[in-house]
Unconditional design. Sequence first.
Length: 557
Amino acid sequence: MKIKTILFLSLVFTLATIPASQAKDTQLVPNPPNGSTFGMTLSDYNFYGGNSGSLLQVVKIQNSNSTENPNQFSRICSSINDPICDASQETLQATAILGPCEGKYLDPCIESLEVFDTKGTRYALDFQRFVSGPTFQGDQATDLPAGKTISLWGSKDLPNVQNFSVQYIIDYLGKSPTAAKFIPRTLSVGISPYVVRAQSLAKNNRFLEVPPTDPLYKFTLGAIRSEGGSSYDANCAWQENGVCGVEQEFEEGYTYQLSIAIPKSFSGWLQGRLVDPAINVRPISENLNILTVRAGAADVPRIAVHEDYSMKNEKYDELFKNNRAYALNSGISMGFFSDQLNSIDAINAFASKIQDKATLKSTKWSFKNNSYGPTGNSSNCLASDSKLMGIVTTNSMIYESGVPSFNGQALEYKVAGVHYNPDGTVFNGKYDLILRSDAARCLYKFSAAPISAEISVTGSDGDKKVATTSLTEKDGWLHLAAYNFTFSQPTIKMILKQELVAPAPSPTPEVVVAPNKAITPQVAVPTKKISITCIKGKMTKKVTATNPKCPAGYKKK
């Protein structure tokens, strides 16, 4: 069966409460079988490779066949004042793991970690210690925070797993002869419940320089390599010499709240492995915001399969060539990542081996900033270089690395995956979108009146499928969600709506009629007339009137 699961979204908000269960180890990716095989894995990309320490370096990558200037290779720095790392001559880069906040909020840091059980009981976790590993000194003048290691947090009041590791990483584009300060580029955050166990193969994480004389140079191209990241028989959230913090599954029905100080320069969108998230952003200083994220953990399916080398054919050859640009040889296992839609090609190529079923599934609580801008007609409304616009989360095996596009009518987002869980039950997809209310109103040119949504999930055959959908609006954020959809190539569309409110008619002035009054007839009173005699010489004239007067030339007698 070919997997072409595409999801075009119109999104919603729902609260899911699931009974708590006893925690257990996360599942391990199975090792390749003995013999001549090839294969593929599909999982979330960890851009820092599971390292538990911070790295400040001068980056120099040259042609692997070059023998010129053997001293020109990437170097590890303890601070920007390290003589090896002269920022006036070279470009520095930094990957900083951030620790708990101390005193004034001068640098990015972890403010708090809290756990809420199924009844809403709150557990505040305390910082316990840092894992052993490489660090570097910070420098306020160049906006470089101190590079720490993974921090460990816990609470003895929690009923089951009581300890959590926090990996808060910012990758900085470096200081150089032309740049006076470090610029934060990518952000990645994750928490993991763990239990401590002895592990003979576990080692402290450290970084090593690879000069051109090292045989590994041709594989690293002069980059720094790490040591101590593999535990072999357990998924280690962190490790030290002889000790492993074995990852545990998150408690069902619990929610987890992390508050971190982030640079205000981080804007745009976040994406992650969360369920039913709620976010809040508040300024804490001139350069920092406090970002608070509360959510449940997402159950994420993964793939790890291997095929006997005798089954090699053109289909597999093309897959390896197109995605890794090298020939398919025995012993090769190619890694694909969840945030790349072309990973569907790998699932389709190994379809007969996968049988439309995930190999393993584990719970994750993580998020990162999205370096991909909006698409379609949405860029003006969904893009910002000064504030966070929202977060997109899903538990889908494969998802689009970007924000939802807007086609002029509906918000759309693509996901893909297999149909079944490892145990053969149907996998239920979850999708959440939180965006600023003013951005949604900008898209649809809505007023401040309430918004509703039309949400549909339709299979490739045109039949409507069952899904739980909802929409809420609170504190300036619009939360849309689609839950419990399956992966038989669904299309999910969300169209926001707002009822037109007819203008209220102008009030008609009230006409007040006075009560009738009795009218008294006015009776005319006769006017009395007076007569006078007027003379002029020998002539006389009599004038009669109410106010008689003599004509001109006459005098009253």
